[in-house]
Design a protein around this ligand. Structure first.
Ligand code: HPA
Length: 278
């Protein structure tokens, strides 16, 4: 019997959502894509998609999505079964890691083998430029939280998962080579997650640079931890929408991030295509 969400364990809620989606026709997705701010248009590339609103999925709190979409898009694309989360749950929306990573957990339960996790990020590395794309080689979790805190879901993965190889190196090499063949240069570097929603201060950006970050953002790390916990492949792609705070002597706005994302839409999509194909 299905009872009130709060009474059931997290594992049960994840399973219930996955079973619901399976019943709707989301069958054995191989690739799971989480789209970052301003990058949701990628979902329109799936032909004849099955589109399910977060609102209709049990246990998904659609109201928490910062983006207007809040949709699961499923279909065949580039010869693979692909599930896309268009509209992400950010930690800053609810201060609740379980909610933030719920879609990623459902994707794990549905059997997704490869996660392609994308975001818009601030560029910390002063040798690079706004507009560049960066493959995430590693991350620094400055959120002060971890989505695995709490009772471990043993059926998903171990209590103390290794994080040494979170962002699959072989896939990064392949993706860089494939992109280079098409004249697309991919940076590669470390992503640091701040919670947001305020942008960082210039001092925080200097700190991030000192501890080895090349980019900063407000997402991705929680989902990457969940995917890695379950032993799934992770490819992280950051769109460096702006130079991080204080690098240039000007303020940052959320609008500039979304506008910049629109400008690189096609190259971003091509990189995600390649991340599916390799
Ligand atoms: N900081 C944090 N998150 C971001 C930024 C930034 O500068 N740009 C886009 N997302």
């Amino acid at each position: 019997m299905i009872t009130n969400g709060k009474d059931r364990t997290l594992a049960e809620r994840v399973r219930e959502s996955a079973v619901f989606l399976y019943g709707k026709g989301v069958l054995k997705p191989e690739i799971g894509i989480i789209l970052g701010s301003g990058l949701n248009d990628f979902a329109d590339r799936i032909k004849d998609p099955l589109i399910i609103s977060y609102n209709d999925v049990p246990n998904m709190e659609a109201g928490l999505v910062s983006d207007h979409r809040g949709q699961i898009v499923y279909g065949r694309y580039k010869g693979k079964r692909v599930i896309i989360m268009a509209g992400r749950f950010h930690y800053y929306e609810n201060r609740d890691m379980d909610k933030t990573v719920f879609p990623a957990r459902v994707m794990v339960a549905l059997g997704v083998k490869r996660f392609i996790i994308t975001n818009a990020a601030g560029c910390v590395n002063t040798a690079w430029n706004a507009g560049d794309l960066m493959l995430i080689s590693d991350h620094i979790n400055l959120s002060g939280n971890n989505p695995l805190i709490g009772r471990n879901l043993d059926e998903f993965g171990p209590r103390f998962p290794d994080m040494t190889y979170t962002y699959n190196k072989e896939l990064r090499e392949k993706l860089k080579d494939a992109a280079a063949e098409e004249g697309i240069e991919l940076r590669e570097g470390v992503y640091a997650m701040f919670t947001g929603p305020s942008f960082e201060t210039p001092a925080e950006i200097r700190f991030a640079r000192t501890i080895g970050a090349d980019a900063v953002g407000m997402s991705t790390v929680p989902e990457a931890i969940i995917a890695n916990h379950a032993g799934r492949e992770v490819i992280g792609v950051s769109f460096l929408s702006n130079m991080a705070a204080g690098v240039l002597d000007k303020p940052l706005t959320g609008e500039e991030v979304t506008e910049a994302a629109l400008r690189i839409k096609d190259i971003f999509a091509r990189v995600v295509d390649l991340a599916i194909e390799i």
